[in-house]
Design a protein around this ligand. Structure first.
Ligand code: ADP
Ligand code: MG
Length: 212
């Protein structure tokens, strides 16, 4: 169990996430072929592979600059909506990290929350719109409730992952209000949103790393 995360930890988590995304090509591509234009996996994979390719450079940065660099890299590498949304999330979150050498559980919450708010603002989306936000919103909400409850950090992390999973699954029966699925006559009902799944992978890998 880790209680704090530094630059090295974050770079490791990013590499683990890159691998997780790389391994799930078919599932994510199929979901986006149904609900969108089929490129969500390719977009996320391209962004994360680019991050892996600049690992050495990232390891030299403090946390704030690391987040900024990751955001700028995702924004410039990924063409689709997810590039702008993730780019903005990481770039906005970097502001919470200025002067911070290690993120403790409160800082991790602050970073996730500011990323979430940046995404909602940039995408003009809210929970219930059938997007990646449904996963992150539930995760951040459960995390905060657990912090307020003074739970052990391990319990907080477990609650966060469980809520993220529920958020992801809840997109299945939702009607899309944002993204390409909105333009389908059935609004995508019956299918999980691909962006909600890749968001879940990222949260779950972060959690697993912390729990090691
Ligand atoms: P594009 O939709 O441009 O092809 P991607 O395929 O990379 O981009 O990403 C699609 C995912 O982006 C969707 O599954 C959804 O989760 C998310 N998404 C789309 N539009 C929005 C939005 N306005 N706000 C938040 N998330 C969105
Ligand atoms: Mg797409």
């Amino acid at each position: 169990m880790k209680n704090v995360l530094n630059t090295k930890d974050v770079v490791k988590v990013l590499k683990i996430i890159a691998k997780r995304i790389e391994e799930n090509k078919d599932y994510i591509t199929d979901l986006d072929a149904i609900l969108g234009d089929g490129d969500h996996w390719a977009n996320m994979n391209m962004g994360y592979q680019k991050i892996v390719s600049i690992e050495e450079e990232l390891l030299e940065l403090n946390l704030a600059d690391l987040f900024k660099k990751v955001g700028m890299t995702l924004m410039s590498t990924i063409g689709g909506s997810s590039g702008v949304l993730y780019g903005d999330a990481f770039i906005t979150a970097h502001k919470s990290l200025i002067g911070v050498e290690e993120m403790d559980k409160f800082k991790i919450h602050e970073v996730l929350d500011s990323g979430l708010n940046a995404m909602m603002k940039r995408g003009n989306a809210k929970p219930g719109d059938k997007t990646m936000i449904d996963t992150l919103y539930q995760a951040v909400k459960a995390y905060k409730e657990s912090l307020d409850n003074n739970d052990e950090f391990e319990i907080t992390i477990n609650k966060m992952v469980k809520a993220a999973e529920e958020g992801m699954e809840s997109t299945k029966e939702m009607e899309a209000a944002k993204g390409r699925a909105f333009y389908r006559t059935d609004k995508g009902v019956g299918h999980i949103d691909p962006g909600a799944v890749t968001m879940y992978y990222q949260i779950q890998e972060l959690a697993q790393y912390i729990m090691l």
